[in-house]
Design a protein around this ligand. Structure first.
Ligand code: VTB
Ligand code: MG
Ligand code: MG
Length: 328
């Protein structure tokens, strides 16, 4: 079975992102990004063991020799003979610094699809543009920010000044930010978390219309997986700053043109299931909230085939779920 016919798999995925979110949320504000990440990774790794899949990590925590768990090539799930064979793209804690410093937008993320549906993106930078469903076919990574903003304003029936762009606050974005400001569009600068930003462009309640800028390439694949479900569009292009990065890209991407514009389809296609749980409050999802004897999580669960987008608020009882406690 190579399709995600078992709809329950999507819901099961949320159990895995919930576990990662709860574990890392406990470390919020400790100022230790490595520790926060470790908490998310080991909880996600353990939660995978219960899933009825024969999974292979294709976007993960790095190569086997640099990551002890959830590394690229690692096999996860129960892996029983009839369990579906799936490729998995994950980021147990997207926005480690956001969690470590208690800032908004940290997420636990997983996308799953049949073999070959996710781009084997190297862990380097990617230039990206993303916007919601109305902008499908209308945004262009190679056009100027002004041109993209004007097209989007027209489609949305608003003035450019009424659009809000989200962009990572980085010196490398000085020029793009200046170009956006010149159009009069509003800007929300973020410290980290451009997957949260890409998802935000697809949900009107976020108040975010478009995302620009250079972030992680693996995060570009995860954002594309989410946007295939949400109906928006993202485009990317790998950015090379060192020769070694070019070599690495060539090695893992085979005969693909490593300089080419990557469409959303190139980044992620097929029958995708996606789940995300908020670690800290984000543009769509609330972070983990603890109370006596338990906690509450907020997750997004979606399938690209049906286009169904579910948000799930779950209450977890620590007494009956000791794995979610400090002792467990
Ligand atoms: C971005 C951001 C991510 O990495 O991808 C960033 O969205 C890479 O840029 O949330 P910097 O090296 O400048 O931080 C993250 O911050 C973490 O994955
Ligand atoms: Mg990570
Ligand atoms: Mg990340």
């Amino acid at each position: 079975m190579t399709s995600v016919d078992d709809r329950n798999l999507a819901l099961e995925l949320a159990r895995v992102t919930e576990a990662a979110a709860i574990a890392s949320a406990r470390s919020m504000g400790q100022g230790d990004p490595t520790y926060s990440d470790q908490m998310a990774v080991s909880a996600m790794r353990a939660a995978f063991d219960t899933m009825h899949i024969n999974g292979t990590v294709v976007i993960g925590e790095g190569e086997r020799d640099e990551a002890p768990m959830l590394y690229i090539g690692e096999e996860v799930g129960r892996r029983a003979p009839h369990d579906p064979k799936m490729d998995i793209a994950l980021d147990p804690l997207e926005g480690t610094n956001l969690c470590a410093y208690g800032r908004p937008g940290a997420l636990a993320l997983i996308a799953m699809a049949p073999h070959g549906c996710f781009l084997n993106a190297p862990d380097i930078y990617m230039k990206k543009i993303a916007a919601g469903p109305i902008a499908r076919g209308a945004i262009d990574l190679d056009a100027s920010p002004a041109e993209n903003l004007h097209r989007l304003a027209e489609l949305k029936g608003v003035r450019v000044e009424e659009l809000t762009a989200m962009i990572l606050d980085r010196p490398r974005h000085e020029e793009v930010i200046a170009a956006i400001r010149k159009t009069g569009a509003r800007i929300r600068l973020i410290e980290d978390g451009d997957v949260d930003a890409a998802i935000a462009t697809c949900r009107p309640e976020s108040g975010i219309d478009i995302m620009f800028g250079i972030g992680g390439a693996p995060e570009g694949v995860l954002a594309a997986a989410a946007m295939q479900c949400l109906g928006g569009e993202i485009q990317g292009r790998l950015m090379f700053y060192k020769d070694e990065e070019r070599e690495r890209a060539r090695r893992i991407m085979g005969d693909r043109d490593i300089e080419a514009l990557l469409s959303m389809h190139d980044l992620a296609h097929g029958e995708i299931v996606f789940a995300a749980t908020g670690v800290t409050n984000g543009s769509i999802l609330k972070g983990v909230r603890f109370f006596a004897g338990g906690c509450e999580t907020h997750s997004l669960v979606m399938r690209s085939k049906s286009g169904t987008v579910r948000t799930i608020e779950a209450t977890h009882d620590f007494e009956r779920k000791p794995a979610y406690t400090l002792e467990g």
